[in-house]
Design a protein around this ligand. Structure first.
Ligand code: PMP
Length: 286
């Protein structure tokens, strides 16, 4: 089955969707994106992703090309056209084709480029890694200081995922001024004496949508959440660790910089939060 993608209002076979070489997303990384998971054909945490998209666009001085209802209809249509059961929907909005290469934004503004595509991932919620856990390494934080904006500038995270793989690990956590900011493509958490700890929101990290939902569900379940920075040493001495993202939901971490946490198996709290997140977000799926 040929993948059908969305480009500026059209539905096209992927090979026919073409974007200009002068698109600012391509030349300048001048664009933002969102990834929404699909389980059983339904969108997980869609409203959160829509709100963050709007915020990212505002922070970069771009209008939102669609209303939330229009975005929802586009998401439902791309799920239908590609017959997605489990998987994800990627959407990207760039400042568009300025007609030439120029650091200055096009003035007057030009139409933005809107791209959407699906990735089919059957069994997404049954990821076997959830039963074995991930190994992470720490690497220096070298991204720009507006990590709260979900831009398409992903080169450093990409380099770090490669470095993690080369080191025999699954992923990397970034460290700045002695504390963990977040993972390459996920938020970082530890658990100590039943307390669930994750860094507070700021420009230093992406405001994860899964993070926000996990905090809400955990509080509703009377679990204690503390939002503050933590060091790698503290994480290595924690009872448990895990990451959250739309792609992996809640995923246990069992080793940090070669040091096993506890018995080296996914922790009870991380496993419980994964179940809680999947149950609750499926109930609210659209
Ligand atoms: N931090 C970074 C740097 C990310 O790329 C992501 C994934 N987009 C996250 C955190 C997790 O965010 P979310 O839960 O919204 O997927």
């Amino acid at each position: 089955m040929t993948r059908i993608v969305h480009l500026n209002g059209d539905w096209l076979p992927e090979a026919e969707a073409k974007v200009s070489v002068f698109d600012r997303g391509f030349l300048m990384g001048d664009g933002v994106y969102e990834v929404t998971s699909v389980l059983g054909g339904k969108l997980i945490d869609f409203e959160g992703h829509c709100r963050r998209l709007d915020r990212s666009l505002k922070e970069l001085g771009m209008p939102n090309p669609h209303t939330d209802d229009e975005w929802l209809a586009l998401h439902h249509e791309i799920v239908r056209l590609n017959d997605i059961g489990d998987g994800s929907i990627y959407l990207q909005v760039t400042r568009g084709n300025g007609g030439d290469r120029d650091f200055m934004y096009p003035n007057p503004p030009v139409p933005q480029t809107v791209v959407m595509f699906t990735q089919s991932k059957p069994g997404l919620a049954q990821n076997p890694q959830a039963t074995t856990g991930l190994k992470v390494i720490s690497l220096p934080e070298m991204r720009w200081h507006r990590r709260d904006i979900k831009t398409v500038q992903l080169l450093y995270p990409s380099m770090c995922k490669m470095a993690a793989k080369a080191a025999g690990a699954d992923d990397a956590w970034f460290v700045e001024d002695g504390a963990v900011t977040e993972g390459t493509s996920n938020n970082a958490w530890i658990v100590k004496d039943g307390k669930i700890i994750t860094r507070q929101l700021s420009n230093d990290l992406l405001h994860g949508i899964t993070r926000a939902s996990v905090i809400r569900f955990a509080k509703e379940a009377q679990m204690e959440i503390i939002e503050r920075p933590f060091t790698i040493e503290e994480a290595q001495a924690a009872d448990e660790a895990f990451i959250t993202s739309a792609g992996v939901f809640v995923m246990p971490v069992v080793e940090i910089d070669g040091k096993k946490l506890g018995d080296g198996k996914p922790g009870r709290v991380a496993t419980r939060l994964r179940e809680l997140y999947l149950d609750e977000s499926l109930k609210a799926a659209m």
